[in-house]
Structure formats: structure tokens, C-alpha cells
Design a protein around this ligand. Structure first.
Ligand code: ATP
Ligand code: MN
Length: 309
């Protein structure tokens, strides 16, 4: 993973930085030469998306991908505050000892302040600040290897859902805004990181054994050729996944969108929607994730032969 380039600023004990309301400079600047989309277009998108992001950002450490020179320039993956962002919060240093304070963007205003600082993507942890040692979800990142038809990605998601359902867990689905899909399993905050990661690793191994034509458990481009890598490493302490409704710093500025399982058939790819055609999805909002609620892991672990560690 590329190094972090964010600079640390002074602690403010979780209090928001002072600053004026939603100022946007350089709205006319093109950030994606392929589509001609501008910083103003992105800000308009996030004005509508930020309220939908709120439940998934609130209380959660967040990292930003900033693109000060647009998506063709250097991208900065940033876990800490490096300039004033109105509404942003620095989280207590005790959450991640030995690291500068993590960042929280609890409000739409804070999201827009980050956009003003050229943030395009928002990535979150699998735990909230009040229970940082007890993850409240597992994420399966379905990444198609080279040459994998999209239908296989869809099938992989369905198979994963069926297996989870078989062991008593419901799962929710979103496009990644990139190449694949993300499957989320919300959890009660009962177990530590090792336990949830071991569980997700066991599940991925099971998939790779039972459906070897579809899944591969090993990372690395060569292992993935023709198959789908279900990445469980998103489930370790400090790992992040792009948040629902986040835009991606890729051509066309695609977005990560919550979808219902019934919709999967109509979705053409991980980058099905972009900030330019998000209107209809923004109206649908988070409804595809109705029912998203924490679940106990115990029975599922027992069924899979995975133990708490
Ligand atoms: P795709 O569907 O195309 O795979 P994705 O969102 O699943 O999209 P990536 O965009 O490749 O996957 O992101 C990889 C992971 O690494 C994400 O979980 C992200 O939070 C994290 N990440 C991305 N950039 C950095 C970085 N510079 N440093 C640390 N972690 C990063
Ligand atoms: Mn992925």
C-alpha cells in the first residue's frame, strides 16, 4: 500500500475546527479530464449525497483520498487532518496508539469542507470510536481478476450471500465504484478484530474450496486470473473500505452505491453509476439497505468451525 502523506496537526480534543460555512473555491476546475467534471460538480453531488452518507460516517474513523491536481495528478491517501476542515473532528489518540489522531467527518458540512480540500473519496473503518476494538461489520471485497466476466462477479456475490444466509447471517450489497462489489455484514460489537478477521478468512477459504472455478483465496494478480478474489483483509484493525456514496478518483467519477439484491441483475459493473448520473439513485437513497442491523456472530462461527480468538 502506498505510504501516507498526510501531515499531523494539533489535537483539538475532538472539537470541530472553527471555520466559515461551506465555502468552495475553484468550482470551475476540471478534476476529471475524461468527463470534464469539475470540483463544483463534485461539490454539488456531495451536497446531495452527504446526508445519505451520514449514518455510515458518524462515529467512524475516516480516511480521505485527495486529488489536489485532479485525478490525473498525485493522489494522497490521508488518515489525519492536515488543514482546517470545518466540522471535522480529531478522534482521541488512544484509538490508535502511536499514530496521530484519526479523523471523523460526522456531518454533511464536514464532508463538504473535505471536498473543498480536494477530497474525492471517503474510506471508513469497520468499527466506531466508542468500541474501536469490537468491529461492527465485516466487509467482503469482491475483486474480479483480469478477464472475469461481470456475470461471474454477480454470481460470486450471490454465492457468498447464500453461504452467509446458510449460517444465519444477512448481507448487504453495494457497488464499489471501481471494478467490483462490496458485501457488508453488520455485526454486534461482541468480538475482537482477530475473531472477525479469522471468521472472514475461514469463509473465503470455504468459498475457494467449494467453488474453485469462481473464487480464489490467495491475493496477487496471477492467482486471480479468471477468478474472483474475495478479500478478507479488509477486516483487520485499521483497514478501510470506501464508504457508501463515496465518489472514486477514477475516470468518470463513479460512485459506490447501496443496492438491493434484487437489483444486482440490472447492474452492469462496479462503476455503474457516476456523480453525473446519480440523480435517480440519490432519490432512492439508502432504501436498498432497509433492515441493515447488527447481528450476532456466534452461531455462524460455530457453523463454519471458526473459533473466537
Ligand atoms: P475495486 O472494486 O476497483 O476493487 P475497491 O474500493 O474495492 O475498488 P481499491 O480502490 O483498490 O478497491 O482500494 C483498496 C483498499 O485499500 C481500500 O480498502 C482502501 O480503503 C484502501 N486504500 C486505498 N488507497 C490506500 C492507501 N494509499 N493507503 C492505505 N489504504 C488504501
Ligand atoms: Mn475491490
Amino acid at each position: 500500500m502506498p505510504g501516507e502523506r498526510g501531515r499531523q496537526t494539533r489535537r483539538e480534543d475532538g472539537k470541530p475546527h472553527a471555520g466559515g460555512p461551506g465555502r468552495l473555491t475553484h468550482a470551475e476546475r476540471v478534476i476529471d479530464p475524461a468527463s470534464g467534471l469539475t470540483k463544483g460538480d463534485l461539490a454539488r453531488y456531495y451536497t446531495q449525497a452527504a446526508p445519505l452518507m451520514r449514518p455510515y460516517l458518524k462515529g467512524r474513523p475516516v480516511s480521505l483520498v485527495r486529488a489536489p491536481s485532479g485525478i490525473g495528478g498525485d493522489l494522497f491517501f490521508q488518515r489525519h487532518m492536515d488543514a482546517a476542515m470545518p466540522g471535522a473532528r480529531l478522534l482521541p489518540e488512544s484509538l490508535y496508539p502511536g499514530h496521530p489522531p484519526l479523523l471523523e467527518l460526522p456531518t454533511p458540512r464536514a464532508v463538504l469542507a473535505a471536498v473543498q480540500m480536494n477530497a474525492i473519496e471517503f474510506h471508513t473503518w469497520n468499527a466506531v470510536k466508542t468500541a474501536i476494538d469490537k468491529p461492527d461489520r465485516i466487509v467482503f471485497d469482491l475483486d474480479p481478476g483480469e478477464g472475469v466476466p461481470w456475470e461471474n462477479v454477480r454470481q460470486a456475490a450471490r454465492v457468498l450471500r447464500a453461504l452467509l444466509s446458510e449460517i444465519g447471517l444477512d448481507a448487504w450489497l453495494k457497488t464499489s465504484g471501481g471494478k467490483g462489489l462490496h458485501v457488508l455484514v453488520p455485526l454486534r460489537r461482541q468480538h475482537g478484530w482477530e475473531t472477525t478477521k479469522d471468521f472472514s478468512a475461514a469463509l473465503v477459504r470455504h468459498l475457494a474450496q467449494a467453488w474453485p472455478q469462481l473464487f480464489v483465496a490467495k491475493s496477487g494478480p496471477r492467482n486471480r486470473v479468471g477468478r474472483i478474489y474475495a478479500d478478507y483483509l479488509r477486516n483487520g484493525f485499521g483497514a478501510t473500505t470506501v464508504a457508501p456514496w463515496s465518489a472514486r478518483a477514477r475516470p468518470g467519477l463513479p460512485i459506490s452505491v447501496p443496492i438491493s439484491w434484487d437489483e444486482l441483475e440490472q447492474v452492469r459493473g462496479g462503476a455503474h453509476w457516476t456523480i453525473a448520473d446519480a440523480r435517480e439513485r440519490l432519490d432512492i437513497g439508502n432504501r436498498p439497505w432497509d433492515g441493515y442491523a447488527p447481528q450476532a456472530l456466534g452461531k455462524a462461527m460455530a457453523a463454519l468451525g471458526s473459533r473466537p480468538s
